[in-house]
Structure formats: C-alpha cells, structure tokens
Design a protein around this ligand. Structure first.
Ligand code: PRP
Length: 187
C-alpha cells in the first residue's frame, strides 16, 4: 500500500517560465509570415503547450493528438498507434509538435513520420525535457527546454500513475510503499 511519495525539486516554476518565454520568442522569430500549426501530444504536453502558445506572438492554429505506445513496464516498445488523430488540415502548413518529454524517441519518430504524410511544409519538434541518454532512435528535436539525464520526473504535465500533473514545477519522484520498496523504471 502506498504511503507517501518523495518529491525533490528539479526545475522550479520560475525557471520553467523563463525558458518557456525564451522558446516562445525563438518560435516567433522562426515562423514569421508562415502558416504555423502547433500540435500538442496528450496528455503530458497540455500544460507546457498552454503556456508556450501564449508566448508565441504570431497567428497560429492549435490541435492535439493522443498516442498509445505498447511496452513492458514504463518504457515504450516502439509500437505506437494514434488514438486521437489531428483534426486540422496540415497541407502546406508548418507544423510544430509540442511534447513534454522525449525519452526513447519512439513516440516522436512515429508521429513525425505520420504527420509528414499530410503534405506539410515542414514538421519540427519542441519538447520541454530531453532525456537524450535514453534515446533508442535517432530523432532531431529543434527546440529543447531542458536536458535531464536521470530520474523519474513528475509535474508540469508529467505524471506518475496519473498523479502530479498539476504541480507547477518539475520534481524527481521516489515512491514509498508500506509493504515493500518499489522504484519505477525511468520514463
Ligand atoms: C510519455 C510522454 C511522451 C512519451 C515519451 O507519454 O508524454 O509522449 O511518453 O516516451 P518515448 O520517447 O519513450 O516514446 P505517456 O505514454 O506517459 O502518456 P501521457 O503523455 O498521457 O502521460
């Protein structure tokens, strides 16, 4: 039975806000005079996406997708499917995928390939957290908020067992159980 999880701060709300504003400005500069569609990956990206779009000073369209990856434990296997597809037309538009965390890279590799089939003008990726050292497939991420090496992270959209998404900062989680010790594998 779960008692209390231990949370240690990794990135503060202030640092996230500062970095999100910087990325928003960079996106604003890059996509001047271009038709830009921002696509968030549910659920984890919903808070980052909401903050980021308010720092982009351009006319944009917004859409969401949801993906399911199958795997053992908490690491995806590379088998990814779309459970909620994009609804806007992407033809001739510049697409920016917004993701909370890139881990193995399977999710984004799959989504980028699928979105490219829509005859887009371009498809680029923006993620808040890049766990580069856990990458299994090669994927270019154009905008990265923070590179973090280790630890299971929660907060600012990231969950553990659907909890903690609403925390304003990013935390490292160590779950505590009454009966026996349990450490989740990396995301
Ligand atoms: C997490 C995260 C990414 C994906 C990254 O989603 O939000 O979408 O895993 O992993 P990958 O790089 O190894 O593919 P999760 O499946 O936990 O769903 P959620 O966003 O609904 O929390």
């Amino acid at each position: 039975m779960k008692t209390v999880d231990e949370l240690s701060p990794v990135i503060t709300e202030e640092n996230i806000n500062r970095r999100v504003a910087e990325i928003g400005s960079a996106i604003t500069r890059e996509y001047q005079d271009k038709d830009l569609v921002i696509i968030g990956i549910l659920k984890g990206a919903f808070i980052f996406m909401a903050d980021l779009v308010r720092k982009i000073d351009l006319p944009i369209e917004v859409d969401f997708v949801r993906l399911q990856s199958y795997g053992s434990g908490m690491e995806s296997s590379g088998q990814v499917t779309i459970t909620k597809d994009v609804e806007l037309s992407l033809k001739d538009k510049h697409v920016l995928i917004v993701e909370d965390i890139v881990d193995t890279g399977y999710t984004l590799k799959y989504l980028k390939e699928v979105l490219s089939l829509h005859e887009t003008a371009s498809v680029k990726i923006c993620c808040l957290i890049d766990k580069k050292e856990r990458r299994k497939v090669d994927i270019e991420v154009e905008y990265v908020g923070f590179e973090i090496e280790k630890g299971f992270l929660v907060g600012y959209g990231l969950d553990y067992d659907e909890q903690y998404r609403q925390l304003p900062g990013i935390f490292h989680l160590t779950p505590r159980y009454e009966a026996k010790g349990f450490v989740p594998s990396e995301r």
